[in-house]
Design a protein. Sequence first.
Length: 257
Amino acid sequence: MTTAQASTDSKGRPPGKGGGGRPGRVRGVGVLLILLSLVPAVLCYLAFAVWLPSDGERYRDHQAAEPCPARATGAAERDCVSTWQFTVVKTVIKSGKTSTYEATLKDEDSWRGVVDFGDPGPLLEVLKPGDRVTAAVWRRDIMSLSMDGVRQNSADAPRDELQMNAALGMLAGLVAAQGFVFGAVRLVRPRGYDPFTWKPYGKRLLITTTVTCFGVGLLAVWNGIAWWTVPAVGIPVVLCVAGLMYHRLRPRAAGGV
């Protein structure tokens, strides 16, 4: 009889299931969750206020850049596109968990450098030591290499993929919101915070958020849709799913079927 009484709290619920812990400890976890939620909140702010505008401006500047005049030097040369001839020293093409796609180049003097790429084709995979390539240089970075009419952008070349910036920023913001809500519920209702627990609600919600953010972001990139459509579509989807899961799990938390 004593054992059976010790396994349940005063409301007939098993301890540790959203209400069986000590209120002080539960509130402490709530405060910790709220403090931790500040980290992704800051990342969300930086993504939309700094990273996304910076990448967008850099892409527009690169698109508007013109070939450098013959006598351009110093600061003037940074804002135009210059062309240089280099010799391929070696290439590295390694696919897998840690992919590496790079070409080591040298000029006629003593310069030697490595150019990174995002994939092996169409140019990198056919380059051989000794090949002569033409490099397009903008703001002191190699934007692309070309040879015999085949051209490939480097990893430094600006890309019009702000949709993924928005997707990552949205993911950080939604994770921050989830952590804040789960923490706030523990502060307000330390003896009954179900279903705002990691299993199953928190885990399912985090998976849903991640899949939605990357799914919407990739679809927007592939279809060339404006970046602002990513949060405009992704946030309502996550909120709707969160509401449906909450109403489905709430009867269980209250002892229903």
